[in-house]
Design a protein around this ligand. Structure first.
Ligand code: SF4
Length: 236
């Protein structure tokens, strides 16, 4: 790789929000001393596609989340969607089926999308949007993904968003919010407002699993309001 290619490579990842890039050393002693070493893939090709991204993921072992996963959960839905929902990571049901948002939280998300669209007179259903997560493998015990796992796997999310280039993105919960906005602010402060990721408007709202866990009617009402704003923005 010459200097220009290296500069282009670094700029590409900086634009995507990566602060730190690990370089694979050719010296065995250095590699042994610095652990874990992560190999980031090359630049996304000009003619990138969801199929190419899935192919690059392969039987991924780039982070420790590979150790207990059953299936990599890439994403599902309309590959030309105008709206993409981004969650945190697969849970047990998703890991089992290899599909995002198929458990209880997923059913709530489906209801939220379908019912809000129907009430607002917007002719879409869940199948018309695209849904994926920040990390593609289930964190053990459903723990929150760690920053290095988000950074490594986030490269695939960013490529997915770049390929689909939706009219808007909905970040579900704090992990997706942090991955897209690189912020330390809390979700209660940033939800319900428009932000941007690489020029694409981003709406932040609560993760459906939070809405399931909390006996908190206020959060539910707010999430429905966020969704209404989002659907009108994208489909009016
Ligand atoms: S979470 Fe992402 S980076 Fe980590 S092993 Fe799974 S696919 Fe690879």
């Amino acid at each position: 790789m010459d200097k220009n290619q290296i500069r282009e490579y670094l700029e590409y990842y900086r634009d995507l929000g990566f602060d730190v890039i690990y370089r694979r050393s050719t010296r065995a002693d250095y590699a042994a001393a610095v652990s874990p070493m992560v190999e980031l893939p090359g630049l996304a090709p000009d003619n990138d596609s969801l199929a190419a991204i899935r192919n690059d993921i392969g039987d991924c072992r780039r982070c420790r989340l590979c150790e207990e996963r059953k299936n990599i959960v890439f994403g599902s839905g309309n590959e030309e969607a105008r709206l993409v929902f981004v969650g945190e990571g697969p849970g047990a049901d998703e890991d089992e089926e290899g599909l995002p948002f198929v458990g209880r939280a997923g059913q709530l998300l489906t209801q939220m999308i379908d019912n809000t669209a129907s009430k607002e007179g917007i002719p879409i259903k869940r199948k018309d949007v695209y849904i994926c997560n920040v990390v593609k493998c289930r964190p053990p015990g459903n723990r929150t993904p760690q920053p290095d796992e988000m950074e490594i796997c986030g490269q695939f999310l960013f490529r997915q968003l770049t390929v689909i280039r939706p009219k808007a993105i909905c970040a579900l919960g704090a992990t997706a919010m942090k991955a897209l906005l690189n912020t330390r602010d809390g979700i209660t402060k940033l939800r319900g407002q428009w932000h941007k990721w690489n020029g694409i408007p981003v709406m932040i709202t609560y993760h459906p699993s939070y809405l399931l866990r909390q006996y908190n009617q206020q959060a539910k009402r707010e999430a429905w309001e966020d969704l209404k704003t989002l659907l009108h923005f994208v489909y009016d």
